[in-house]
Design a protein around this ligand. Sequence first.
Ligand code: FAD
Ligand code: FES
Length: 289
Amino acid sequence: MAKHQETARLIEQEAVAHETYRMSLHSPAIAREARAGQFLMLQVRDATDPLLRRPFSFHRIRRESGTVEILYRVVGRGTWLLSRLQPGAMLSLIGPLGNGFSLPPAGDGPIFLVAGGIGIAPLAELMAGLLEAAPSDASHGIHLFYGARTAVELLGAESLDHPGLRIHWSTDDGSAGLQGYVTQSMEGVTEGEGIRPVRIYSCGPLAMQYRLALWALRQGIEAQLSLESLMACGFGACLGCALPATGPGGSASSGYLHVCKDGPIFPAGSIQWDRIRQQQIAPPIFRCI
Ligand SMILES: Cc1cc2nc3c(=O)[nH]c(=O)nc-3n(C[C@H](O)[C@H](O)[C@H](O)COP(=O)(O)OP(=O)(O)OC[C@H]3O[C@@H](n4cnc5c(N)ncnc54)[C@H](O)[C@@H]3O)c2cc1C
Ligand code: FES
């Protein structure tokens, strides 16, 4: 798949939740090629500070208007600078990068989408595609489990609601939806209502991905996880985004996968989760979006 370096015009930027912004960029070459789960590398401004491009998932891809949207949380200097930009600003992008989600056969279900916090970013485009392809049928339902630490970090229901979608809200502090982790919300529906997904797609913090991956492996349910690591280049040149890979049959191995070119979407069984969790293996800060 072709990747492009393109100078994009910022069309619109709005605050959509606490420290969270949605940005729309006119980037027709990238919009034409991009798929759900892929990402772009964005140069925050035309200067050497910040030096490195920043990776962001495609939140929405609008081929007809040649625009792509990113949804981002302000966590440091680069994202803070980004949040100050006004429509008309020009930004250098490289994309689309990475592998993207693989889609189930049309009408297959139930399907669970599990989003922790800003992890909703890549799942929105996937969800739109699944909803377009699937009939709104309870037995083949699409379930979104969407959790955050607290209510102000959640996107509003109006941007997610769809007749074919069942949303299960949760917050760690109970300020919206079920009180507890998003994985508890998912396990509750599976056990309490007897709904077993044919596939899970997820994105969220490491602790969530870790728990979800182990649960899916135990249950024998296919899960595709959008993972993240610190990235310098975004296309396989610096080898800085390595994660410990499993060997044949899920065994331990000394091999590595690179988030930018082997991912960012990985099957639950392809990563040595215990090595990341227990040994705090590089990258030093590891989370998914
Ligand atoms: C494939 C991919 C897709 C991503 N998609 C999104 C998205 O859709 N929305 C979104 O909000 N964020 C996303 N991120 C994370 C985003 O790239 C970082 O939050 C951003 O680069 C931080 O830049 P900064 O200059 O504001 O922060 P910095 O000043 O560079 O760092 C601030 C803090 O955040 C940490 N940090 C920086 N980059 C990362 C990273 N990649 N992973 C974990 N911690 C990091 C730093 O270690 C530091 O503690 C994605 C990352 C990857 C790898
Ligand atoms: S970010 Fe450079 S190899 Fe992945």
